[in-house]
Design a protein around this ligand. Structure first.
Ligand code: ADP
Ligand code: ZN
Length: 691
């Protein structure tokens, strides 16, 4: 017998080995094997088993060394998913395998943690007891046993005394697996009961139970989607089927996990990037063994080895973090749909602002739709006000950051002891060049998208077509010498706000203030406890959070994401604004949202202010169709790289750019703008849209 093995070398090929007779019966696809490879031993997954046609081979094959674990890491269905994704994303199958199981589970020294556990003997030997010995024994009986270390600490004794009890036959001491549990204390909280569903939720659950296709659960923020997920999962558990719940990494907060853990207790396993290797190892094994039936995790959870998978939920299905940015470049939402099909599992895609791809699939009839338009618990949808920032703002120097309207609204909340969230989407990468006077951006004439300012060579570059210009000195629209490259960041906004309201307590949350482990939760908990009046942050604060005392949400610059050089910029802007607005008025207090914009007539902003997804989707989809962008086509990028531009070569990098040829200078290593591409006055047409 022969076996074809995927070894993690990203060579995109399988290696064939002979199977020793004694292993033939035990071998199965999906197992982790140890094989000789060159002069070393490697590990790899058994992908295919086969018999050899007699007399064909003229060379000898090496036999595999061993089966590392007889329990397969991948079921045949999971392997099918892996193969399909590899084919679709043009990635080596090894790289998909690697993405699919945590390294902590595969690495050679990965194992369960074993510690000495001491239990009282059932029939203790009759031995002479000293007072101390008797006391110790009684305590161990009282506790029902315990870990060696733990008993030493709690009973103030030593391993030697405990071992003596063991020698005397009063207790047994044996190694036992100690579970490394990321949920720890969370397991001890009181279980929650299913809430009685309202009419919309009941209808949605009905659609999900009856559906033969993936279902889009389109529910406004606060409509109670999570409760629907929970009850859909409960149904699957009743018929002994498991479930996967995917959430964006950023909203995988203890708060989210708690909602699942408090309903399903020990049946829940979590997988996310903050786990220790040990925790990940144990959680993964609990899933594979069937001890855990519900997996909550980010995009990689789509590969969780859940047995008899009945349901996959993709919460916030529109979230960009479901798309992996490097090999394999899969979108976990699409992978979930594929896995659902392969495993015969239901798939629920939930969102208040569905991706246009999903919305399009609903209108094509590929997905079913369940809609929830009202908030479930207390709370009404907030009133939204647009403020035109291009109109001159009276007042102080902070006018460029905060409008009068917003400042008044913040003041009102401070007086009433209610809380405010201010949102400023200043992510760390490229910014557009904007006029401080009229708000115009400097756009690429060929693509009508904003140029990106590159500081190193003082150029404005188009990330779509590669064209560039020298950065203008004055605004091309109004002629004012007031072009700005610096957006207003959260730090600057914080300082300006503190100046306006010296007595307000302000918390800032962005990549800088949350670099410490747990600082994310610390900030949110402090805000929830009412320790601050204002929470100012980036998109980190945009989703999934539920603060009862927040009655005002301000968006400082709604245009910043609109000006991103990305065909999804309008979609992302709509999503962000809708999600942020959803933060206000979640409880009894009514909420207000103020959106500041230099371009308050942009369709994405107008629609977001009205909370009208359908109108936005209709408008934006017609633009996409006209420009032939996804979902009306597939978009891929092929970047060709070579030291010599004439011979060419292929490297596996891609982005939203069209094909670009880069000539690297032999001499300096650097290159001047002119060597790369002509300015727009002399357009070139070497690239074609890659559809
Ligand atoms: P979503 O996920 O759609 O944003 P959530 O699931 O967070 O909404 O629900 C919002 C709030 O409504 C939560 O506080 C939740 O406990 C409450 N809720 C959900 N369903 C019900 C229900 N059927 N009855 C009462 N309250 C509910
Ligand atoms: Zn361009």
């Amino acid at each position: 017998m022969l076996v074809r093995v995927a070894i993690d070398l990203a060579l995109d090929r399988l290696f064939t080995y002979e199977v020793p007779k004694e292993l033939e019966k035990k071998l199965a696809v999906g197992q982790l094997l140890s094989v000789p490879f060159g002069h070393r031993t490697a590990r790899g997954f058994a992908m295919e088993l086969g018999e050899e046609e007699l007399g064909k081979r003229t060379y000898s094959l090496k036999p595999i060394d061993a089966i590392v674990d007889e329990e397969p890491f991948f079921s045949t269905r999971l392997l099918e998913l892996v193969r399909s994704l590899a084919a679709y994303t043009a990635a080596p199958v090894e790289s998909v395998l690697k993405a699919a199981v945590p390294a902590a589970v595969v690495k050679p020294n990965a194992r369960a943690k074993e510690l000495y556990f001491i239990s009282p003997a059932l029939a203790p030997a009759p031995v002479p007891m000293t007072a101390r010995r008797q006391w110790l024994y009684d305590q161990i009986v009282r506790l029902g046993g315990g870990w060696m270390q733990q008993l030493c600490r709690e009973l103030k004794t030593t391993p030697a005394s405990l071992k003596e009890l063991g020698r005397l036959g009063l207790v047994t001491i044996a190694p036992r697996q100690k579970r490394r549990d990321p949920l720890g204390n969370m397991r001890r909280i009181l279980p929650t009961k299913p809430l009685p569903l309202n009419a919309e939720q009941t209808a949605a659950l009905g659609v999900i139970s009856a559906a033969a296709k993936p279902v889009l659960l389109f529910g406004v923020t606060g409509s109670g989607k999570t409760e629907v997920y929970l009850q859909a999962i409960a149904k699957e558990l009743e018929s002994d089927r498991g479930a996967i719940v995917m959430v964006p990494e950023i909203s995988l907060t203890p708060q989210t996990v708690r909602r699942f853990a408090s309903r399903f207790g020990d049946k829940v396993a979590v997988l996310h990037s903050a786990l220790s290797d040990g925790e990940r190892y144990d959680e993964w094994h609990r899933i594979r063994s069937g001890a855990a039936r519900v997996v909550v995790g980010p995009r990689s959870a789509v590969f969780a080895p859940v047995r008899d998978l009945g349901l996959i939920v993709v919460d916030e299905e529109h979230d960009p973090s479901y798309k992996q940015d490097d090999n394999p470049r899969y979108n976990a939402r699409d992978a979930a749909v594929l896995r659902g099909k392969i495993e015969g599992a239901r798939v629920v895609l939930g969102s208040a602002t569905p991706s246009l791809e999903t919305w399009h699939n609903v209108s094509l009839g590929k997905y079913d739709l369940a809609e929830m338009k009202c908030r479930a618990g207390a709370g009404t949808l907030p009133a939204v006000r647009l403020v035109d920032m291009s109109a001159p703002q009276r007042g102080d120097s902070s006018g460029a950051i905060f409008s009068r309207d917003l400042l008044d609204a913040v003041k009102l909340r401070l007086d009433r002891h209610e809380q405010t969230i201010l949102f400023l989407n200043r992510r760390g990468y490229s910014r557009s060049v904007t006029c401080a006077v009229c708000g115009a951006t400097v756009d690429c004439p060929a693509c009508s998208l904003p140029y990106t300012y590159h500081r190193a060579d003082a150029c404005c570059r188009c990330h779509i077509c590669g064209g560039w210009i020298l950065t203008p000195k004055v605004c091309p629209a109004c002629g004012a010498p007031a072009l700005q490259y610096k957006g207003i960041g959260t730090q600057r906004a914080e300082a300006a706000l503190a100046k306006c309201f010296p007595n307000a307590k302000i918390l800032r949350m962005d990549a800088d203030s949350t670099s410490r482990k747990n600082s994310h939760d610390d900030i949110l908990s402090a805000f929830r406890r009412g320790e601050a009046d204002v929470l100012l942050g980036t998109q980190m604060i945009a989703k999934g959070l539920d603060f009862p005392n927040v009655t005002l949400v301000g968006v400082l610059n709604a245009d910043s994401s609109l000006n991103m050089p990305d065909f999804r910029a309008a979609e992302r802007t709509f999503q962000l604004l809708a999600q942020v607005s959803g933060r206000a008025g979640r409880a009894e207090l009514p909420g207000e949202v103020i959106i500041q914009s230099y371009d308050p007539s942009a369709p994405a902003i107008v629609a977001a202010a009205r909370g009208d997804f359908a109108a936005f989707a209709k408008e934006e989809l017609s633009v996409r169709e006209e420009c032939f962008f996804p979902p009306f086509c597939h978009l891929a990028a092929v970047n060709l790289r070579s030291k010599d531009w004439r011979t060419g070569g292929i490297a596996g990098r891609s982005s939203f750019a069209r094909p670009r040829f880069r000539r690297l200078s032999r001499r300096g290593g650097g290159f001047s703008p002119s060597a790369r591409r002509q300015p727009h006055s002399a357009p070139q047409s070497t690239s074609t849209p890659s559809a």
